[in-house]
Design a protein around this ligand. Structure first.
Ligand code: DGL
Length: 267
């Protein structure tokens, strides 16, 4: 069990920003990454469909004998983490809780902003979980759906992105938050334009590092840390050629020939 891989999944390649931090923090851990590139984006989809897809991704990774699952996708974590936990025989880690814990520690004014996909914002999960910990915190949120394709196209520094960011973030800027949660796998790639738009006084928090830290802590507690040399495997459900070209922006290095296309058994 200790040397079994960690299963990480996402609606596409964005979860590689989370995988990148896991690999950095836990260099002896093997990972199997699964991205549903055939059906991305999940952001605009209904809860029923996101849950169905997420269970299919879960089943695939369980069959790979992973020792735990990391739901790197904010949309899936915010929509159906409990449903995934119900069907998984191994521990399941989402991105929402570690991220809000860090945001709550960071805010000094008790005013937090959240940006994410339509699904993440519509679910209300971030707001609800923040209020479970501290009901006095004011939370404002905004969906920023175009940030996903912009990040994949590598257009973070484009003039059009500046205008789109200004438009999406206008109300959040007025609401005087001091901490902004980037509740989407893709947004760390746009942190520069988001920071410039929000101003230097706002601290940006993304999910990758706190999730990797939480995972490390929990594997340590369960005595499940690996002591073998790590191996990385990457699976996608469509277009591995495109993934190969774009993935290094998210993962920080080239995926090499460990990237394969798979077909998921549908439920
Ligand atoms: N991975 C998704 C998330 O973090 C973004 C892409 C999508 O909409 O599927 O919310």
């Amino acid at each position: 069990m200790k040397t079994s891989p960690i299963g990480i999944f996402d609606s596409g390649i964005g979860g590689l920003t989370v995988a990148r931090q896991i690999v950095k923090l836990l260099p002896s851990e093997s990972i199997i990454y699964l991205g549903d590139t055939a059906r991305v984006p999940y952001g605009p989809r209904s809860k029923a469909v996101i849950t169905k897809f997420a269970k299919e991704l879960t089943n695939f990774l369980i069959k790979c004998n992973v020792k735990c699952l990391v739901v790197a996708c904010n949309t899936i974590s915010a929509t159906c983490l409990d449903e995934i936990r119900k069907v998984s025989p191994v521990p399941v880690f989402g991105v929402v809780e570690p991220t809000i814990e860090l945001a709550i520690k960071t805010t000094k004014t008790n005013k937090i902003g959240i940006i994410g996909t339509e699904g993440t914002i519509k679910s209300g999960t971030y707001v609800r979980k923040i209020h479970e910990i501290n009901p006095k915190i004011e939370v404002d949120s905004a969906a920023c759906p175009l940030f996903v394709p912009i990040a994949e196209e590598g257009l973070g520094a484009h003039k059009a992105t500046e205008l789109i960011a200004k438009d999406y973030l206008r109300d959040l800027k007025k609401s005087q938050i001091d901490t902004l949660i980037l509740a989407c796998t893709h947004y760390p790639l746009l942190s520069q334009v988001i920071q410039e738009t929000m101003g230097a006084k706002v601290t940006l928090i993304d999910s990758a590092k706190p999730t990797a830290e939480k995972l490390k802590e929990s594997l340590e507690e369960r005595k499940l840390l690996s002591d073998k040399k790590a191996k990385y495997e990457f699976y996608v459900t469509d277009a591995p050629d495109r993934v190969f070209k774009v993935a290094s922006r998210f993962f920080g290095k080239i995926l090499n020939d460990n990237l394969k296309q798979v077909t998921l058994p549908t439920s």
